[in-house]
Design a protein around this ligand. Structure first.
Ligand SMILES: [Zn+2]
Length: 907
């Protein structure tokens, strides 16, 4: 095989791993301007993205695939533009997820974490991380992600752990961190507080239980109350009614008796109560319901917690102490029934909060936890977006951001886990003081006592991921990396974690570094199945990106994700679409294979200056136009649309038209062949550069082969500036201003394409055998020059019979028994004798005439309206020309219809 022969089929399996290893070994993923390298220039602005860190024990899913493809596209684009780029990779320790894995492993050995103790548990957790942590990073590589692996980070690294301590202590010292009892989500299975993010609401069939709250001063009077969780009756501290509810006004200020327990509690009035819901009277359990907690605060009610950390009833529950919450529910209800307190039960559809990890029902509970006082952090974060220092794309999420940030609640940051950053607070057993510290303390700073105990809890993982854009670069140290690469540029992620992660990074960045951590937030949508349904394991509609890559290649998956997406919009994904894009990768390969093969016979030097054909000028103009359009779309973050345009250009213009015409031009030999080959190389080269951020593997492989073949053949085939070392570091095509010849080249060639298309359609309609050469008469009018120049192409592409094709300016008489086609005023007659049905032919032309006339009508209205005065003159002129062309076509169609009517020939 020589440089000019390519395998027929693109073998992605043999290509992807090899190319990735080569890129990485060559240092292409590292910024070319780097504080660690000689010749570093701090004045050149870099482009920096920090990866949303996947869970260290996770496996690649479509959500990862989406952000990896999108961020890699941004990074590759900037790198090709010559900007020093850094994409920092890393993983998150993922407290709950990892701890659960380790606990599962322990359970299989019949052990619990309490049995082996904290130290041994952490040893096992690290071993687990060492064993499985590499899976996700290998999968990130497989996606083609051009991350700088020399700067890989893990949230529990020493450096990042230092950043976490620094951040905690600073907030603590500012009084922004406090410890206290508050309502939180409690996971009884995991025995920890969980964040709102870790709670999923599922709609489930439950029961609404109606019962009697008997008045303390009169056992014959009662207030009917309904609840979905009867066991919480044990923690009730009031019954509330609406102040304006005439049914219950007489009870306000009196007291009722808690069923079974007999505790006396007040009846209060609060406008929060919904008179329409249930009975219109509410039992108030401030210890186990966030709304009741609020009411309790307003009315200074006692707070009683009746559940322990495993959701069993504690001693506050009297006779039910020790029972599981659901068992207690049944027993209590039966006892109430026996005492005549039950009114009725009704089926009730409710939103049940379940733990995302464990699946068990989460209980709102009062618990002593650590909190961040968030309002002082939220205010500057709101201002940063309002003042435009951070831009959110798409813009509509800005409103959502303000709304959330303005109503933000204090953030519970403690978790009752072992795997994570342990809270850097110590309690002195001697003097009882508590203090936070950057270093592990040897003695109490207050009494110099030595009996110190560290808080047992760890921090919510979002606490460390909030610091991610700067902790990964060395903060709190003023490292060279931090100084040069921070603030980062774009933060790219799914809109579903705008609050949980993005908002926290903005707050933390402003608080700790005084700067917004990035200037742009780009939010992509979520991926749904082909019917628009959310993907879930239970529905069985989850697409595994690894399987898709095995079968169809990484490029096909990336292209599908990138081209199917628009900022902030969900996309529907089907494997069929990935298949179609695998075909596109093959199309690119085949076109490349043709171009490279075409170089073999051409001369090394041209003899004269080029004489470009119309097709040449057209493809050059279209290539330039595409580069401009892609530039515009990239600037507007419209990557999906840019990808679609590149695809359309490559497939429907370059491969389908220019390559076909180039075959004829190459066959002419000499300079025509040389310049055609040169242009083929140029257009392919530009296309591969534009496609590279979307489909890095096939483009790099093909480009390398194109470069080698071109170098062997002729120095004149090199792009301006020469061939670069690799496509990944090749220059991004520069958008150039439109030149005067471009518009007419595009317009003239469109006429040729339309003519060929309409002849092909007519052939198909008449069921002419494909490949059978047919005669034609073309009356070209004023376009005779253009058509004459491209006649050979038209003949070849439309399968006309060269000897039987006539090109004239005009015809004295229309040929008989011929199909007449009119394309932009050019008449084409195909004398398909014996194949023409005059009546059908006439009907077809009348239909066409009607369409043309409606266009004429539309344009006349447009040009008589305000458009003609308001629009720029060249735009108006273009519309006028269109109108003239339509009017010409209409006249010719009328002529053809008339000549058909006057003939008597009937099939
Ligand atoms: Zn002390």
């Amino acid at each position: 095989m020589s440089e000019f022969d390519l395998p027929k089929i693109y073998d992605f399996k043999a290509t992807e791993e090899r190319l990735y290893a080569w890129w990485e070994e060559s240092g292409f993923f590292e910024p070319w301007n780097d504080p660690r390298k000689p010749g570093f220039d701090p004045s050149i602005r870099p482009f920096v993205i920090t990866i949303p860190p996947p869970n260290v024990t996770g496996e690649l899913h479509l959500g990862h695939a989406m952000f990896l493809a999108m961020e890699d596209l941004m990074i590759r684009h900037q790198r090709m533009k010559g900007v020093p780029t850094l994409w920092v990779p890393g993983t998150d320790h993922a407290g709950i997820a990892t701890q659960l894995q380790v606990e599962k492993e322990l359970a299989s050995e019949g052990l619990t974490r309490d049995q082996i103790g904290r130290e041994e548990f952490l040893r096992r957790a690290w071993a687990w991380k060492e064993k499985y942590g590499g899976i996700i990073t290998r999968q990130i590589r497989r996606m083609g992600s051009s991350c700088d692996w020399t700067r890989e980070r893990f949230t529990l690294d020493a450096g990042l752990s230092r950043a976490v301590r620094e951040a905690f202590v600073r907030l603590y010292e500012k009084g922004l961190i406090y410890r206290g009892p508050r309502m939180i989500n409690w996971s009884p299975g995991l025995r920890t507080a969980v964040s709102d993010l870790e709670v999923e609401y599922s709609q489930e069939q439950g029961t609404l239980y109606y019962f009697k709250y008997v008045l303390a001063d009169n056992p014959d009077e009662y207030i009917p109350v309904a609840t979905t969780r009867p066991e919480t009756i044990l923690g009730d501290t009031a019954v509330a009614v609406h102040p304006d509810d005439p049914r219950y006004q007489k009870f306000v200020g009196r007291q009722v008796r808690v069923p079974i327990l007999g505790r006396i509690i007040p009846v209060i009035a609060d406008a929060y109560v919904d008179r329409e819901f249930g009975t219109g009277a509410l039992k108030i359990t401030p210890g186990h319901d966030p709304n009741d907690y609020e009411i309790g605060q307003r009315h200074k009610l006692a707070i009683i917690s009746v559940l322990d950390e495993t959701a069993h009833i504690n001693r506050e529950g009297g006779p039910y102490a020790g029972l599981d919450r659901f068992e207690a529910r049944e027993r209590l209800w039966e006892d109430m029934r026996a005492q005549g307190l039950v009114i009725k039960e009704e089926p009730y559809l409710m939103n049940v909060p379940r733990s995302q990890r464990g699946g068990e029902i989460v209980e709102p509970m009062i618990s002593t936890q650590w909190f961040v006082r968030i309002k002082p952090l939220a205010e500057p974060a709101i201002a940063a977006v309002r003042e435009g220092r951070i831009r959110i794309i798409p813009e509509r999420f800005t409103k959502v951001y303000y709304n959330w940030m303005e109503n933000i609640q204090d953030w519970c940051i403690s978790r009752q886990l072992w795997w994570g950053h342990r809270i850097p607070v110590w309690y002195c057993q001697d003097c009882g003081e508590m203090f936070a510290s950057r270093e592990d303390p040897a003695e109490c700073p207050h009494c110099h006592g030595l009996r110190l105990e560290q808080d047992p809890d760890v921090l919510d993982t979002w606490f460390s991921s909030g610091l991610w854009p700067f902790s990964t670069l060395g903060w709190p140290e003023e490292t060279p990396d931090y100084k040069y690469f921070y603030p980062t540029s774009v933060l790219e992620t799914g809109y579903d974690i705008l609050f949980f992660w993005v908002a926290r990074m903005i707050m933390d960045g402003l608080e700790f570094t005084g700067k917004p951590p990035f200037h742009t937030v780009y939010l992509h949508g979520l991926i749904r199945d082909e019917h628009g349904q959310k993907m879930s394991k239970t529905k069985g509609n989850v697409i595994d990106p690894l399987g898709v890559m095995d079968e169809l290649g990484t490029d096909a998956l990336r292209f599908t994700l990138l081209v199917g997406s628009a900022p902030g919009n969900d996309m529907n994904l089907s494997v069929k679409r990935v298949e179609a894009n695998r075909n596109f990768a093959n199309k690119v390969w085949n076109a490349g294979r043709f171009v490279i093969g075409a170089l073999k016979p051409v001369a090394a030097e041209p003899k004269a200056a080029p004489e470009w054909t119309l097709a040449d000028r057209w493809i050059r103009a279209r290539t330039k136009g595409l580069v401009r359009e892609v530039e515009r779309l990239f600037d507007a973050y419209q990557y999906g649309e840019a990808g679609r345009q590149i695809y359309e250009f490559f497939w429907s213009e370059f491969a389908d038209w220019y390559v076909e015409i180039a075959k004829l031009q190459l066959a002419e030999g000499g300079d025509r062949a040389f310049y055609t080959a040169q242009l083929l190389v140029r257009v392919l080269d530009t296309s591969l550069r534009l496609l590279h951020p979307y489909t890095p593997y096939v483009t790099e492989e093909l480009w390398g082969r194109l470069k080698r073949a071109a170098q062997v053949r002729s120095e004149h085939l090199a792009p301006a500036g020469g061939w670069e070392e690799a496509l990944i570091v090749a220059r991004w095509p520069q958008a150039e201003a439109e030149e005067s010849w471009e518009a007419s080249a595009v317009e003239d060639f469109s006429l040729i394409m339309e003519m060929v298309r309409s002849i092909r359609n007519a052939r198909a309609e008449k069921k002419v055998t494909p490949g059978k050469l047919i005669p034609a008469t073309i009356a070209a009018g004023g376009r005779i020059g253009i058509i004459g120049e491209q006649l050979a192409s038209i003949i070849a592409l439309a399968h006309l019979d060269r000897a039987e094709t006539r090109l004239v300016e005009s015809l004295a008489e229309k040929p008989a028994n011929a199909i007449g086609l009119v394309v932009s005023g050019v008449e084409i007659y195909l004398p398909l004798t014996g194949m023409v049905d005059n009546r059908a032919e006439r009907a077809r032309m009348e239909k066409e005439l009607a369409e043309v006339e409606s266009q004429i009508e539309r344009l006349k209205m447009l040009l008589n309206g305000p458009f003609a005065e308001k629009a720029p003159e060249p735009v108006v002129e273009k519309e006028r020309q269109k109108l003239a062309a339509f009017m010409e076509t209409a006249e010719k169609l009328k002529g053809q219809i008339k000549s058909l009517s006057s003939k008597t020939h009937i099939l």
